[in-house]
Design a binder for this molecule. Structure first.
Ligand SMILES: *Cc1c(COP(=O)(O)O)cnc(C)c1O
Length: 411
């Protein structure tokens, strides 16, 4: 995209920041460009991820499921095996190495469900940085176990009582902190959103998923996958795996958003798969947001906290517009059925977020030929979701649906 203005993807992206942060962003961009040019950075990064996390993460052939559906051959990229339980480790550890090079001593981050907060606090403990995590007061109450671990890891967790007391208010508070502490502090953005260079930089760090997956498919399966499925919250695990295959015309890329109670109910977080979003500028970048006619952000809903967000990566908004990526939505019910099936058939407990990618893949797998190879990015493990999942399985509306679905699969 060299012909384009830096940090733009078609009409999306940009860097809409307060004047006072200009020099901080200039400094960040210049360090980012330096590490991209420097092969020793990527070596150091790969080495750290192989000794501290579980990289390269394997690709598991899901033979039981493939047989069960009788269609496509299903493969699963195991980001659930990362340290702290999800692909988020790739991003935070990479930014940790960058902070060390920038000679800063403190990191801050926003967190909604708490997963990015725990990952950042873990990185700070490992590197010896001071760490402050901003979290909506409402979310602090809902995510007690994550708050407990962040504090044990040495982070200060600040409950944000502005606005709706959720993720977007935490982001605003983190930006306010940054403007007051630019010399010492780096803001660890959790996904491929926000002002340039974050979408590009976080995609680059997450591209380790796609780089590995491409080599692993060629070596173990002897061909590229025909289709790749990934769930989309902000878009970082999707961009991570997709980036290994962007040049391959034969590979179809499918992003799966949170369909919540169903697109027709309005209770969802499908920014690209629904017709409900419009282009706007918020939190430093231009993308498609779920907003009302006055530009106020709408309430979003999903059983998966990590997908429950009004904005989406500007890069994915661009790929939506060009048709490079197909976007679909999976409802909560479909997600619970897919989650149960993966647990029972393969003995793998997925995160609720990741189960969205499974749900869409399971809809399509039975209709595909046995020669078709599909790859699902399993972004994280489900331990964190134990209470939500237990409650959902108790809920009558899911129970009936899962039984129905089971009979249908078995027919
Ligand atoms: C945070 C999270 C997501 C959503 O974030 P993306 O940036 O869209 O990848 C998905 N899966 C898991 C397990 C997560 O923790």
């Amino acid at each position: 995209m060299s012909h384009q203005k830096q940090g733009y993807y078609g009409q999306f992206g940009g860097m809409f920041i307060p004047e006072i942060l200009k020099s901080t962003f200039d400094e960040l961009i210049s360090h980012y460009e330096e590490i991209r040019q420097d092969p020793t950075f990527w070596q150091e990064y790969e080495n750290l991820m192989s000794t501290y996390s579980c990289r390269p993460t394997p690709i598991t052939p899901a033979d039981n499921l493939s047989q069960y559906f009788g269609g496509a051959q299903i493969y699963i990229k195991r980001e659930d095996l990362n340290h702290t339980g999800a692909h988020k480790a790739n991003n935070v550890m990479g930014q940790g190495l960058l902070v060390k090079r920038m000679k800063k001593t403190r990191v801050i981050a926003e967190t909604g469900a708490g997963q990015h907060g725990v990952a950042t606090a873990t990185m700070a403990a490992k590197f010896g940085f001071d760490c402050t995590i901003y979290m909506g007061a409402e979310d602090v109450e809902r995510q007690r176990p994550n708050v407990f671990w962040m504090e044990k890891l040495g982070a200060e967790v600040i409950p944000v009582t502005d606005g709706t007391q959720t993720l977007k208010d935490a982001i605003n508070a983190a930006f306010r902190d940054w403007t007051g502490n630019m010399d010492t502090t780096h803001y660890v953005m959790g996904t491929v959103c926000g002002p340039h260079p974050f979408p590009e930089m976080v995609t680059w760090l997450q591209s380790i998923i796609g780089k590995e997956a491409r080599i692993q498919m060629l070596q173990a399966v002897g061909q590229l996958p025909d289709k790749i499925y990934a769930c989309v919250g902000g878009g970082s695990n999707a961009m991570g795996i997709f980036s290994g295959f962007l040049e391959d015309e034969s590979v179809e890329l499918i992003g799966v958003e949170a369909g919540g109670d169903g697109l027709q109910t309005g209770r969802h977080a499908a920014r690209l798969a629904s017709g409900d979003s419009t282009v706007g500028i918020c939190q430093g970048y231009k993308t498609r947001f779920l907003q009302d006619e006055d530009g106020q952000m709408r309430d979003t809903y999903s059983v998966a906290a990590g997908l429950d967000y009004v904005g989406v990566s500007p890069i994915l908004s661009h790929y939506h517009e060009t048709g490079k990526v197909r976007f679909e939505a999976a409802t909560d019910k479909e997600v619970m059925a897919a989650l149960e099936l993966l647990i029972r058939k393969e003995g793998i407990i997925p995160a609720l977020e990741s189960a969205h990618a499974l749900a869409q893949a399971f809809k399509e797998a039975p209709t595909l030929s046995k020669e078709t190879k599909i790859l699902i990015n399993l972004s994280g493990r489900g331990d964190k979701d134990i209470f939500t999942i237990a409650q959902a399985f108790d809920d009558q509306k899911w129970k009936e649906y899962i039984i129905q679905k089971g009979e249908q699969y078995n027919a």
